[in-house]
Design a protein around this ligand. Structure first.
Ligand code: SF4
Ligand code: SF4
Ligand code: SF4
Length: 272
């Protein structure tokens, strides 16, 4: 049972959030929402421990499609970063604000960039592309993320400052157009750089939240240097160019790992 401890902990964490929000906000949606996400993540981890080949992809589809199709398109909630700014400006602690607080701001203190490996609906599609491990070194283009981050904030601030009507409807269409743009840019970059995760490395504005918080992550992949034979396999299979043999928490290592476990699966010496 000990090996299943982590999925059990994740389930307990999400159920605690689900029940707390349900009771404090008097809305049963939160019970359903966070129970579903917690069960999906726990199931994914359980399958991962059982060495199921598609464990990560299963949880990515379960959570990603739920957020994109159900919350985004059916419930018309803008779950992108613009939605976060929108609810923040209106002073309402709902939907996107709670989602960001749990998955992208405070959650990474516990599970790092697990969101990027197991739940993001953008990466859910990008991970189907052919370049699972990058074929070249990382480019110095990470500054682009600060521009997309600033643009998202300026866009929502401009809507409020100009007092345009029906912001709710605009935010719904911004969600659709924003996602189409993300997918288009992500797919083009993946083929140009021969790297499925190029969008994550250079463009995604959410990493501005994710990277500093995941620096402190409790859950990390660590290397037992006494077992490592420096074969370099872990580095070659890593979609995020992390040198996992270096246990440092610095930006390139600690804050880039998405906990996909490809390195762990491929290490011939079980050093990870
Ligand atoms: S970096 Fe952005 S696009 Fe990539 S998985 Fe994370 S949240 Fe999704
Ligand atoms: S794959 Fe394992 S043995 Fe090889 S360099 Fe990485 S940690 Fe060391
Ligand atoms: S270091 Fe390992 S777990 Fe982290 S992103 Fe790279 S392959 Fe995945």
């Amino acid at each position: 049972m000990k090996k299943y401890l982590f999925p059990i902990i994740m389930l307990i964490v999400f159920e605690t959030i689900a029940i707390t929000l349900w009771l404090t906000k008097d809305n049963i949606f939160y019970l359903f929402n966070f129970s579903y996400i917690g069960c999906s993540i726990a199931l994914g981890m359980f399958l991962l421990i059982r060495k199921h080949k598609h464990a990560r992809r299963i949880v990515q589809l379960l959570v990603g499609l739920y957020m994109l199709v159900y919350l985004g398109l059916i419930c018309r909630e803008n779950m992108q970063i613009e939605g976060f700014w929108y609810y923040l400006f209106t002073g309402v602690f709902e939907a996107a604000t709670i989602h960001y607080a749990v998955a992208k701001i405070f959650g990474p203190l516990l599970f790092g960039r697990g969101w990027c490996g197991y739940a993001c609906w953008t990466a859910m599609v990008l991970d189907f592309l052919p370049y699972k491990a990058p074929s070249g070194p990382r480019r110095k283009l990470g500054w682009i993320r600060y521009i997309t981050f600033a643009l998202s904030l300026i866009f929502v601030a401009a809507l409020f400052l100009t007092h345009v009507g029906n912001i709710g409807k605009i935010m719904f269409w911004a969600f659709i157009i924003g996602n189409v743009l993300y997918y288009a840019v992500g797919i083009v970059l993946a083929f140009v750089f021969k790297d499925n995760r190029a969008f994550c490395k250079y463009v995604c504005p959410i990493t501005v939240f994710l990277k500093p918080m995941s620096y402190f992550a409790l859950v990390r992949v660590k290397c037992d240097r006494s077992k490592c034979v420096s074969c370099g396999k872990c580095r070659r299979v890593c979609p995020m160019d992390v040198d996992v043999t270096d246990n440092s928490r610095k930006r390139k290592n600690g804050t880039e790992c998405i906990l996909c476990m490809e390195c762990v699966k491929n290490c011939p010496k079980k050093a990870l």
